[in-house]
Design a protein around this ligand. Structure first.
Ligand SMILES: [Zn+2]
Length: 304
C-alpha cells in the first residue's frame, strides 16, 4: 500500500493553541514511521490542480483559499484560519487523495492512506469551515467519477463530527454513497437520520458516551448492509479519530481496536465489490496519543 503525505501539511497552522495543530500530523507520521511497517511505499502528495478542485468546489472558494494575499494569518470563520503555508497544504491534501485514487485505479497499489491536513469533510462546495479548507475526500470522489468514469463511489466517514460538506457536495448525486457515523448534537449540527439525499446518504448519530459496541452495531446492522447493496467500485474513508475516548473535543468512547475492526470490515467489503480498492484520508482527531495509536491501527488493518 501507499502512504501519501507532504511537508507543507506540517506547516499549515490555524493559529497558536489551535487544536488542529501541526503536532497532530507529526504524531501520525511518527507512529507510522516508527512502526517499521512492511509493504508501505511513501509518496509525496502532489498539489491538486484547479480543475480537480473545481469538480467539487465553486470558483469563489478556490479564489478565497488560493488567491487571497495572506500576511501572517487570514481568518476564515470563528474556528478556521490560514497562514502562508495553508494554500499549499490544502491543495496537497486534496491532491494526495486524487493521486492515491489514480494509483489504486491504475493498479499501482490496492490501498492508500493520505496522512494530510488540513482536514476536509466540513468544507462545502463554496464554504471553508470547521478547520477545513478544501474537501479532499469529495474532490477525490469527484475525480474518480470524472477522470476514471466510475459509476459507484462510496465514502465512509467515521470522524466523530458529521461531514456536512461531503453530504452537501453529493446529496443530489446518486453515483456517490455517503455514510457517516458521528456523535449526536455536536458540531456542525447536521447528520440527522432523515437527511437521506437522493437515497444516497445514510447518517447514524450516536449519543454521547456511546462506545465500541454501539459503533460496531451501527456498522454491522445499518452501514455495512447499505454498502453491500450499493456495490461500490471504490471505497473512500474520511478517517477521523476524534471518536476515541481520549479526544478532548467530543464524547464517544472508541478505542484503537474499534478503528482496526471497522477498517478490516471495510477492506473485506472492498474485496467483495471493489477489487480491494480503498483510499483513506485523515480527518480529525485531537488527542495526540489517540491519533498516533488509531492511525497506526487503521493503517495496519489496511495493510492486511
Ligand atoms: Zn471531527
Amino acid at each position: 500500500m501507499r502512504i501519501y503525505t507532504h511537508a507543507a501539511c506540517l506547516k499549515h497552522s490555524g493559529g497558536i493553541g489551535h487544536p488542529e495543530s501541526p503536532a497532530r500530523l507529526a504524531a501520525v507520521l511518527d507512529g507510522l514511521r516508527g512502526a517499521g511497517l512492511r509493504g508501505v511505499e511513501w509518496c509525496e502528495a502532489p498539489p491538486a490542480t484547479r480543475a480537480q478542485l473545481r469538480l467539487a468546489h465553486a470558483e469563489s472558494l478556490l479564489e478565497r483559499v488560493l488567491d487571497t494575499p495572506i500576511h501572517g494569518s487570514l481568518q476564515i470563520d470563528a474556528d478556521t484560519a490560514m497562514n502562508e503555508d495553508s494554500p499549499e497544504a490544502a491543495q496537497r491534501a486534496a491532491g494526495g487523495v486524487c493521486a492515491a485514487i489514480d494509483a489504486v485505479l491504475h493498479g499501482d497499489c490496492t490501498r492508500a492512506f493520505c496522512a494530510v491536513r488540513p482536514p476536509g469533510h466540513h468544507a462545502t462546495a463554496d464554504t471553508a469551515m470547521g478547520f477545513c479548507l478544501f474537501n479532499s475526500i469529495a474532490v477525490g470522489a469527484a475525480h474518480a467519477i470524472a477522470r476514471h468514469g466510475l459509476q459507484r463511489v462510496a465514502i465512509v466517514d467515521f470522524d466523530v463530527h458529521h461531514g456536512n460538506g461531503t453530504q452537501d457536495i453529493f446529496e443530489h448525486d446518486g453515483r456517490v454513497l455517503y455514510l457517516s457515523t458521528h456523535q449526536r448534537n455536536i458540531y456542525p449540527g447536521t447528520g440527522l437520520p432523515w437527511e437521506r439525499g437522493v437515497g444516497n446518504v445514510l447518517n447514524v448519530a450516536l449519543p454521547e458516551g456511546s462506545g465500541g459496541d454501539a459503533f460496531r452495531a451501527a456498522y454491522t446492522h445499518t452501514l455495512l448492509p447499505e454498502l453491500d447493496a450499493f456495490r461500490p467500485q471504490l471505497l473512500l474513508i474520511s478517517a477521523g479519530f476524534d471518536a476515541h475516548r481520549l479526544d478532548p473535543l467530543a464524547g464517544l468512547n472508541l478505542d484503537a481496536d474499534d478503528y482496526a475492526w471497522v477498517t478490516r470490515e471495510l477492506v473485506a467489503l472492498a474485496q467483495r465489490h471493489a477489487r480491494g480498492r480503498v483510499v483513506s484520508a485523515l480527518e480529525g482527531g485531537y488527542s495526540l496519543t489517540a491519533l498516533r495509536d488509531c492511525s497506526l491501527a487503521h493503517v495496519r488493518a489496511l495493510l492486511d
